[in-house]
Design a protein around this ligand. Structure first.
Ligand code: HEC
Length: 238
């Protein structure tokens, strides 16, 4: 897999990710542990949130819900779209990033799409106009070492699978038709989106990490004084 490029302190990336999320995901998925006004964490004002990120008639204090009913979704996609509030805690950022790189055309599936990291996924490739369409490319190798070497040399998403005949297949994604974005722009778009999903999984994370550093520095200073005091007490004994 390719590593996800996001950074937790990059507010501009998180803001773009929030925009991508409400524009492309909220139509099917909810984020019902996330309130719109919490997005002030990302350096946005409540007015900016109201004007740019709230699409329906939701209020600023509401949680991010979706208009789609789970029962309808089950009929349309075979599986209801799961709530995405904590999806990054379950899947991890790298998995999510590669999930959006891993879509390819599959005429045999119900939606016409399949995915290299989520086989037989029920979700269509909702970003295909940006990314363009991809197809699955398969190369065969006689032994596992050669297949693994080819997968690593690919420098992008690649899956090594044993196939009948004692051989190994390396499955990769190959571009078919270009999208409205270049591959570099599309990766940046998805990187921002995944950065936002990761933020949403634990909005307090930045505060937790900076508080942790302050506590450790405090303990470091305390250690110095405690050791000094110990030396003072034991001076008479030694
Ligand atoms: C057209 C409706 C639709 C849209 C729009 C959509 N999804 Fe989905 N998504 C689904 C469905 C349906 C599933 C369930 C697929 C399954 O379980 O096979 C799903 C599954 C997922 C999963 C896998 C969850 C898991 O771990 O099982 C992730 C992650 C995800 N969506 C993220 C997103 C993101 C991020 C966006 C916005 C870019 C988005 N989706 C937009 C319908 C949609």
């Amino acid at each position: 897999m390719e590593p996800a490029p996001g950074h937790r302190l990059d507010d501009a990336s998180l803001q773009r990710g929030a925009r991508n999320f409400v524009n492309y995901c909220l139509g099917c998925h909810s984020a019902r542990f996330m309130r719109y006004n919490r997005l002030t964490d990302l350096g946005l004002t409540e007015d900016q949130i109201r004007d740019n990120l709230i699409l329906g008639d939701a209020k600023i204090g509401d949680v991010m819900t979706t208009a789609m009913r789970p029962a309808d979704a089950r009929v349309w996609f075979g599986a209801p779209p799961p709530d995405l509030s904590v999806i990054a805690r379950v899947r991890g950022a790298d998995w999510l990033y590669n999930y959006f790189l891993g879509y390819y055309r599959d005429p045999g599936s119900a939606t016409g799409w399949n995915n290299l990291v989520f086989p037989n996924v029920g979700m269509p490739h909702v970003l295909w106009e940006l990314s363009g369409t991809n197809r699955l490319a398969t190369a065969e190798f006689a032994d596992h070492e050669a297949a693994a070497a080819a997968a690593i040399a690919n420098k992008s998403l690649a899956l090594v699978e044993p196939i009948p005949g004692g051989k190994y297949a390396v499955r990769t994604i190959a571009n078919e038709t270009p999208g409205s974005m270049t591959p570099v722009e599309y990766r940046a778009f998805v990187g921002d989106l995944v950065n936002y999903l990761e933020y949403m999984g634990e909005p307090i994370r930045n505060k937790r990490i900076s508080l942790g550093i302050i506590v450790l520095m405090f303990l470091g200073v305390l250690f110095f004084f405690a050791y000094w005091l110990k030396r003072e007490y034991w001076k008479d004994v030694h």
